[in-house]
Design a protein around this ligand. Structure first.
Ligand SMILES: Cc1cc2nc3c(=O)[nH]c(=O)nc-3n(C[C@H](O)[C@H](O)[C@H](O)COP(=O)(O)OP(=O)(O)OC[C@H]3O[C@@H](n4cnc5c(N)ncnc54)[C@H](O)[C@@H]3O)c2cc1C
Length: 440
């Protein structure tokens, strides 16, 4: 008999498990995959780190991950372009004619981006229920009355912003969907791989891999958690499976989840966001730039290539597909995707573009234990809906995970904080987050 069953060995589940274990609870973690980490997943097969899931700490100031990764001895490298910004760090921007913007043109573009950003914040604040992010972008562009080319550049930039930040298209995202998108301080990545965090959190815990949960039965006197081969009885359960898994009904809740929780699960969106890493024989892009970016209407579908050579230790560009395009590439063969990405770069580099020597492509939407990449405020939903998903049920059933943390959904820190909150609710007392580090 266990006190607590934790479903899912991602950052949320492992955080809850570790804090409860440290408080003396008998805890077991049931994980469907053959590894821990969930959507933090480092592929080391090529001899260097490829983070197929999360890469960044999106702002190290005031972020609970900052101290934790330091305590766990995880090396970081500053790489402040992880959120979709127009500037802040050197980006080689290319115009509609595929010429690199000079300093004056870059300043003009950044001023435009800033102006649209400020007006968007006001337009979102004044938006009506059910209006989308794309709606408010259009309203702002109407107000500005810019030339077609200037407006198209701003429109494309904001299109890519929701694709990257939400894994969804602007028409799918609520007008408020990027309200919480603040970055405090530098962003950093992990040359040794992000999944070292999950490995450290899992140390000393009873984690059962390849244990896909199919049924969660609950009553006020306890829970029974069922996998294909076993059942686990406990006083309470913390379910941390991704929102996509909850939406698909892959776990049966008996009795069904109350409407407060089920309604919020329906309203919050699950986005799709995929990564394409291309390894090259040499760096053919300018030194010192964090990213190569195409601007304007032709920047579809590929627009930004991030230089992650410092992470992998080999010449490497990383590009992203989000929303509808991310869902489409999951149906394409690898070679077709690589050729398509190169077609996006060729107008800039022409014959100087070498053939890649390696590629790594993710398909998170088709992954049965994720069914998407991360959650977002879908049209008509609110940030409060994220937190409603975590409403305690019958004093014994708690949901956690990035999708349940309204302050910063879609992040590793959101997952961590949601696991912390679940552990506190189980114990009915506050727990210092520092307890995550062994010996504290
Ligand atoms: C491509 C990509 C890039 C990202 N980039 C960033 C980034 O740069 N920075 C950032 O902060 N965040 C990023 N994120 C988001 C971040 O990875 C997630 O928010 C976070 O890892 C989620 O943690 P979690 O514990 O909530 O969920 P998960 O990590 O998904 O953990 C849930 C676990 O439940 C398991 N599970 C599923 N079904 C079952 C079942 N039936 N039974 C048992 N177990 C089950 C899963 O296998 C998984 O291990 C990215 C995500 C993706 C996909």
């Amino acid at each position: 008999m266990f006190d607590t069953v934790i479903v899912g060995a991602g950052v949320a589940g492992l955080t809850a498990a570790r804090l409860l274990h440290a408080a003396g609870r008998r805890v077991v973690v049931l994980e469907a995959r053959d590894r821990v980490g969930g959507r933090t997943w480092t592929d080391r097969a090529p001899g260097f780190s490829i983070d197929r899931g999360a890469s960044w700490i999106h702002g190290i100031d005031g972020n609970p991950l900052t101290g934790l990764v330091e305590a766990f001895g995880m090396p970081t490298v500053e790489f402040t372009v992880g959120s979709f910004q127009a500037g802040g760090r050197p980006i080689a921007n290319y115009d509609e004619a595929h010429r690199q913007l000079d300093a004056a043109a870059t300043d003009a573009w950044l001023a435009d981006a800033e102006e649209v950003g400020a007006r968007l914040a006001a337009a979102a604040a004044a938006s009506g229920p059910g209006e989308s992010y794309a709606d408010v972008v259009e309203r702002v562009l109407d107000e500005l009355g810019w030339s077609a080319e200037r407006a198209a550049r701003a429109r494309a930039f904001h299109r890519h912003r929701t694709e990257e930040q939400c894994g969804a298209d602007g028409a799918e995202v609520d007008a408020h969907g990027l309200d919480e998108d603040a970055i405090d301080g530098d962003e950093v990545v992990f040359p040794g791989g992000y999944d070292a965090l999950a490995t450290a959190l899992a140390e000393g815990l009873d984690v059962r891999l390849e244990h896909a949960v199919t049924v969660v039965s609950w009553s006020e006197s306890g829970v029974r958690i069922t996998t294909a081969t076993e059942s686990f009885d406990a006083a309470e359960v913390v379910v941390t499976v991704p929102l996509g898994v909850l939406k698909a009904g892959a776990i049966a809740f008996e009795p069904a989840l109350p409407e407060t929780v089920a309604g919020a699960i329906d309203r919050v969106g699950m986005g799709t966001f995929n990564k394409v890493f291309l390894q090259f024989p040499e760096r053919f892009w300018p030194d010192g730039d964090y990213a190569i970016r195409r601007l304007g209407a032709d920047s579809v579908p590929w627009h930004s290539w991030y230089d992650v050579s410092a992470v992998s230790g080999t010449p490497m560009l990383l590009t992203f597909a989000g929303g509808e395009w991310a869902r489409r590439i999951e149906q394409m063969a690898d070679d077709e995707i690589v050729a398509s990405v190169l077609d996006g770069l060729r107008p800039i580099y022409g014959g100087a573009l070498p053939e890649p020597t390696g590629h790594w492509i993710t398909r998170w939407g088709s992954d049965p234990f994720a069914l998407g990449s991360y959650s977002y405020v879908a049209r008509g939903a609110t940030y409060e809906d994220h937190d409603l998903i975590a409403t305690p049920i019958g004093g014994v059933l708690h949901l956690a995970g990035e999708a349940t943390w309204g302050d910063c959904p879609a992040t590793v820190n959101g997952a961590l904080l949601s696991g912390h909150r679940a552990a506190e609710r189980v114990l009915g007392t506050s727990i210092p987050l520092e307890r995550l580090v062994a010996g504290d």
